[in-house]
Design a protein. Structure first.
Length: 263
């Protein structure tokens, strides 16, 4: 059967707003002319003139955090333990190389939260209301993504502060129903820090800091950030493929997330 693919990933690109200052990726491009010595090092006596058109290879050198670009967080990123709310208590949190691969290509569900203001903290009731609106009942292992509208601002001034975030109750609502992988088009699954910081300055309540992520201490889950093109997706009726790069004992890994539609 013919398939249609929608790219849900952003390119790794330097010199745009993609992360807080100091956390951005760096990319060095080495072109065909500059690189010839690297190729010649394996062939003693080879000169640039010996090479076809005097050209070597194109190579890129990247300086990256595992959280640059479209990526997936593992429970280890959130806390040292997970599943505290499940029978038997907590256990060591899973790292990205321990993610079961059969979770990574499953039916996708999109929740549209673009109407919420930047910094709004989504509740369990909001999730339930959106599922009712789109007429969908969650199934175990569904991959749930939230469209906050932040994805349309990626690379532009203000991106990191854009979009709503998922609160503890909203995150646990999904995890309690067997959802293992979630995602957002925002910089973070939680509300942007600049908004949470204002609330914290007023309340001094530490429970509101990173509350969506910290829900993984209670029930472990995996989370994608910086997704793209979520506005191109219907509420359901597609699969999401989101296999992470296998980095030993890491809290996250880069992914090429793709939505797949059967013809």
């Amino acid at each position: 059967m013919a398939r249609r693919y929608v790219d849900l990933s952003v390119p790794i690109e330097a010199d745009i707003e993609s992360d807080p200052p100091g956390s951005e990726p760096k990319v060095r491009y080495i072109d065909h002319q500059e690189s010839w010595k690297g190729l010649a090092a394996s062939f003693p006596g080879l000169t640039q003139a010996d090479l076809l058109d005097g050209q070597g290879w194109a190579v890129e050198v990247l300086q990256l955090s595992t959280h640059n670009g479209t990526h997936m967080d593992a429970p280890w990123h959130f806390h040292a333990t997970q599943d505290e709310a499940l029978p038997g208590g907590g256990r060591r949190a899973e790292t990205i190389d321990e993610l079961p691969l059969d979770w990574c290509q499953r039916p996708g569900v999109k929740l549209d939260f673009r109407h919420f203001a930047d910094g709004y903290v989504v509740t369990a009731q909001d999730v339930e209301a959106e599922l009712t609106r789109i007429g969908y009942t969650l199934k175990a292992f569904d991959i749930v993504v939230i469209n906050t509208g932040a994805g349309g601002k990626y690379g532009q001034k203000g991106y990191v502060a854009s979009g709503c975030g998922m609160g503890r109750e909203a995150t646990l609502y999904l995890a309690e129903r067997g959802v293992k992988i979630v995602g957002t088009d925002g910089w973070s699954w939680d509300a942007p820090f600049v908004h949470t910081a204002k609330r914290w300055a007023e309340t001094r309540d530490p429970k509101i800091i990173w509350e969506g992520h910290k829900a993984g201490r209670e029930i472990g889950y995996y989370q994608m950030e910086k997704l793209a093109n979520l506005d191109a997706l219907p509420p359901f009726g597609f699969e999401i493929s989101c296999f992470p790069v296998k980095i030993k004992a890491a809290g996250a890994g880069w992914i090429r997330a793709v939505a797949i539609f059967e013809a």
